[in-house]
Structures are given as C-alpha cells and as structure tokens.
Design a protein around this ligand. Sequence first.
Ligand SMILES: [Zn+2]
Length: 316
Amino acid sequence: MKTYDRLILMISSPYGHKYYNVSLFVKHIILYIITFIVAIVFFVLVVLHIFASEINDIENKYKYIQDNYQVLLDKYLSLSQQISLKKEEVLLVTDKVEDLEGIIGISDKNSNYGLQSRVEIASITGLQKLFIMKFVPNGYPLDEYKRVSSGYGYRIHPLNHTREFHTGIDLASAMDTPVYATADGVVDFAKSGWNGGYGTLVKIDHSFGFKTYYAHLNSFVVNRGDFVKKGQLIAYVGNTGVSTGAHLHYEVRFLGSHMNPKNFMEWNMGNFGQIFNKEKNVAWQSLLTTINNLMQQIPMEQRLSLLEQNSKESLR
Ligand SMILES: [Zn+2]
C-alpha cells in the first residue's frame, strides 16, 4: 500500500489522541453500505414477490367473485322472470274469476241462481267461459250482412203467404258472402239441392246437444265428417231452395228444438251472462256444472296455457 493512499484521521480529546486508518475505515463503510444495499434489494424483492402473489390472489378472487356474480345475476334474472310469470298467471286467474262472476251475474242481486248454484258459479274459472264460447254456438255466422230480412218465430211466409213458424233467422247479404261456423263441431250434412226447401245446406253438430244450420247457400267448402273450428269458413251465401234473394238462413237447435238464433248471435264475451236469462230452454246450470267438472280434470298448468292460447285466439 502506498503512503498517499493512506489517510490517518486523528481525533484529539483531553484524554489523548486516537488515530484511525481511513483506508480501512472506508473499506468497512463500503462493505456496510454494500451489505445494506444487498439487504434492501433482497428485502424489496421479497416484498415485491409477496405483493405480486397477493395481487395474483386478489385477481383470482376478483375473477371468482365476478364469475359468481354473473351466475347469481343470471339466477336472479331467471328467478325474477319466473316470479313475474307467476304473478301474471295469478293475475290472469284472478281476472278471469272476477270477469266471470260479473259476466254470469253473481254480483247481480236479482240473479235467478240459488245459493247452491252461486257457489258452483263462484268456482268457475275463466277457462270455462272460453270453453263454452268455443263449443256452444255464439256470434254471427257472417262478417257482414245487409239486414235481418226475417226474424225467428211466427210470420207470414213471403212465398206461401201463410202463417208459419220461421225456425231460423234470415240475414240478407251479398251473394257469396263467406259463412263461418259459430262454434267448434263436426259437419253432419253438406249437400246442394232442394233439401226440403233449405236449398244448399250445411249442418254442424256441436258439443252438449247443439246444432247449427246454414241454408240457401250458393256453395260450401266442407264435407260431412269434417271437424270445424269456430270461425272457420264453411260456405258462401246463395239463393237456393225456397228463397227470394241472396240470404243466409241460420238456425240454432238444442236437442232437436229450435232456439232463437238472435240470442246466440248476440252472445259474446262481453255479455256472457245474458243468454242464461234469454234462453231458458237450455239447462245452463247443468251445462256449467258439466263443463266445470271437465275443467277440474285438466291440470292447472294446462288450463293456464289453454287459457292464454284461447285469449289470444280471436273469437269470432
Ligand atoms: Zn229463413
């Protein structure tokens, strides 16, 4: 070691002098500093590593939570959807029951129904009404007609000039006006010709003993044995048989007896109860009870889907 490399540090005090070899001292200092830096770097690395793994952990947790959140959100959405569906179902059923009570006239204090019948009517679901309107003739067999040229009941026959019972209603209308079935049923008769004065005639058998006749037709588009839906096109207005002009002679029969077709034509969802008072020749209560019993055998879910399906269908 050369002399100029050396720096002797002398510290004086009242007790004497102390000499320090600076070169050695610096060496020690540098060693300490390096050790210190290494330690710091090591420490920082360790800390960084810990942080990194913590961050990784947190990221994983975040991802897990996010995934879970998505699953829960999906569940929540599907549940809310189910709840709102159920709500709608409940509302629908409540609606229909209320509807029917008003329609059938439970709230009507002058109602002819006894207590027993009222209880039965109260248990009627909305589906029953739709059921009846599907299977028992109601509404008009024509979309448009000019006028009622002859009503149901006794009249002077326009050709014979004798007093006789008119078994149906005559709807004067343009030639070839489409004629529609007034309820679901099966075609019992579809023939052209004289047919006892009816001319070209279609007869439909409906459920519960009802029958409808469509007479003086120009042509028909159904055949005997065909099942027809309410509102289905069956024929076209004509002037065949005993007829003085294009018109539809429409009849409603129940167990072979003639009914006033007007009551049935004017019957719709909005005035559902009317017919029970207007047409006394049908044992409506018995029919309602029968239909009610039929309804009970259909599972609730099916009833609801049927109800929805029927609500959507435009009932002619
Ligand atoms: Zn007639």
